[in-house]
Ligand binder design. Sequence first.
Ligand SMILES: NC(=O)C1=CN([C@@H]2O[C@H](COP(=O)(O)OP(=O)(O)OC[C@H]3O[C@@H](n4cnc5c(N)ncnc54)[C@H](OP(=O)(O)O)[C@@H]3O)[C@@H](O)[C@H]2O)C=CC1
Ligand SMILES: O=C(O)C1=N[C@H](C(=O)O)C[C@H](O)C1
Length: 248
Amino acid sequence: MTTVLLAGAFGKMGQRITAMIQASDDLEIVAAFSPVGGTSPDFPVFTKYADIDVQADVWMDMTTPAGAKANGEFALAHGFDTVIGTSGLTADEQQALGNLAQANGQHLLMVPNFSISAVLLMQFAAKAAAYFPDAEVLEYHHEDKLDAPSGTARATAQIIAANRKAKPRTPESDAAARGDRIDGVQVHAVRLPGFNASEEVIFGAPGEALTIRQDSFDRSSFMAGVHLAIASVNGLPDALTIGLDTLL
Ligand SMILES: NC(=O)C1=CN([C@@H]2O[C@H](COP(=O)(O)OP(=O)(O)OC[C@H]3O[C@@H](n4cnc5c(N)ncnc54)[C@H](OP(=O)(O)O)[C@@H]3O)[C@@H](O)[C@H]2O)C=CC1
Ligand SMILES: O=C(O)C1=N[C@H](C(=O)O)C[C@H](O)C1
């Protein structure tokens, strides 16, 4: 049995993760962390780090960028292997948490996207980028999303940049209408009611284009990946792992 302390248990993802864990045979929630409080008949809810008197195998974080940074620092310094699904942390913040995991002999798994469709999209994008250096990323999310562009879009842009074999033909432009530029890849963020989480990458070359798209219609799309991450983080070979690829 892998025991879990869930930070963000009362949020949209936290509620789904609680239900998934409670329906599983091999995971158990032993506590939650929520600074604004909340109650559960099944586990204690801590509002301050100083009050946490329960140890768990894994600290699972689905909160906010600032929350995940502070929670990660606490968890990794207090004996928790840690899974962070929260988006919006900078590359430097991710690396600093990875260094903390290394220094404390813990494992940190940071997952930009738990859905298999998004993991595969990023793998296919890596392959396509080698042939199509010109690419743009479009992401579509619900209106409540705090960060833009999404963590998945950031990760996808970085993967495309790392796998390009030639310089893009498209001239760079700072025009606002061209979106954000991450590692030299234009990224466009759409926020609209009705959407959950989708991403498209358009690769263009003379006379042809390739579009790769994934849609998470519902948060159930993330649950198998969350389960795998929690169950596997302890056995990872490195202190810092980014993405689910090594676990699939
Ligand atoms: N990796 C992935 O596949 C996915 C990642 N995400 C990411 O997960 C995060 C959460 O998403 P979502 O559930 O939709 O967001 P919500 O806003 O619905 O939930 C976040 C919850 O975290 C709570 N919270 C805020 N700060 C802290 C803190 N310091 N410690 C503990 N809890 C805290 C909030 O409480 P309150 O509102 O009361 O402040 C809220 O209940 C986002 O960053 C999102 O981008 C989402 C889906 C999939
Ligand atoms: O906030 C969300 O909803 C999501 N956030 C993650 C991200 O920023 O990439 C993952 C997924 O897109 C859902």
